[in-house]
Design a protein around this ligand. Structure first.
Ligand code: FAD
Length: 135
């Protein structure tokens, strides 16, 4: 903002919240849920779109092999693991726990840890941290 800018009355505001949820079931009556319809979580970690694309890939492979009933057992563990990790990680910038507050007050700790964790973080963000279970 240019110097001297002041804020007048607020015209509109809203709360920003996160939901961490997984649909149940993911597969029923030959219908499979994929992408955000199947799982929703905070954007922390940039996993949402990748996870949805992976759902579609597994779905297509199972259709080709006439094994659609395996969709639930293949996708649920992967989705649960991602949503759980994202929910935990989201607590660091926004959480009220002692650990989250401590980390936020020590940005130098994050800078110090970042290079050491880079490989693991990259593997996780790219979704290369798990098998998708297709032979
Ligand atoms: C701020 C933000 C940042 C993100 N950053 C990343 C990132 O860096 N990396 C990453 O992997 N993911 C990221 N995501 C998540 C990613 O954008 C979503 O996970 C992904 O777009 C979901 O794709 P989708 O096709 O499942 O759903 P959507 O993209 O929501 O597509 C659903 C479509 O269905 C349409 N639709 C809805 N109802 C109907 C209806 N009744 N009839 C017809 N059409 C309908 C909608 O208009 C929409 O076009 C981010 C999300 C947000 C909000």
């Amino acid at each position: 903002m240019p110097p001297g800018t002041t804020i007048d009355s607020v015209q509109w505001d809203s709360e920003f919240g996160f939901a961490h949820r997984i649909a149940k079931p993911l597969y029923a009556d030959n219908i499979c849920l994929a992408g955000d319809a199947a799982h929703i979580h905070s954007a922390f970690g940039a996993r949402g779109m990748n996870l949805g694309i992976e759902d579609a890939y597994v779905f297509a492979a199972l259709v080709a092999e006439d094994r659609l009933s395996d969709y639930e057992s293949l996708r649920r563990p992967v989705i649960e693991s991602v949503v759980k990790t994202v929910a935990r990680a989201t607590e660091i910038p926004r959480g009220k726990t002692m650990t989250a507050r401590l980390v936020r007050r020590m940005p130098w700790l994050v800078s110090w840890m970042a290079p050491k964790a880079e490989g693991a973080v990259r593997t996780w963000v790219l979704g290369l941290d798990h098998e998708i279970g297709l032979e």
